[in-house]
Ligand binder design. Sequence first.
Ligand SMILES: [Zn+2]
Length: 201
Amino acid sequence: MAVSWTPHRFSGGALVLDVTNTVVLRGDPRSFDRFDDSAELARFAEAASVHRAAELGGRRLAVADALAAAPKVLAIRETADSLFRDAASDGSLDTDRLAPLLSACAIGLDGDGGRVGHPARAFGDPAAPIALETAVAVSALSLLSPEKRGRIRICANCRWLFLDESRNRSRVWCDMAVCGNRRKAQRHYRRRQSAKEHDHA
Ligand SMILES: [Zn+2]
């Protein structure tokens, strides 16, 4: 079934974290991968071009050949998840996790032939689209700065990774409207249950 790439699926705050979050319930037996069908890469790229337009400086993402792009994107996704999930505890980087991410990013950047990292347009000239794997690599590398990586969090409800850009760095949920409310509803339900048990005691 085709994935509906809703705004909630872009709660990561950075393209690379939205990509890591395409594995749902990572580490759980109910886990599933929204990129199982490589055709989803192009649909993700189209939605991310809109929802991540600010980060991308308006440059659109392109997937010319999904079968060729998939292994590159998935390699960055898995190594980025490993590194940044670990870094979320105190912002430091495990070199055994950093090296594989850098290798995966090198492959994502290879052959691009463009320029990135300009202060005003980090992802390059928006006149032409950028390959998804190249953009994901640029996004991952941008999170290595101490300022950014110190803001990486794990959602207390769904375990997605997200960038906490709040001033006091106090965000707990990837998306308050979804995960925050789900947790509130659970707490409310448990309170009612324990009140009921009390009544019957
Ligand atoms: Zn969440």
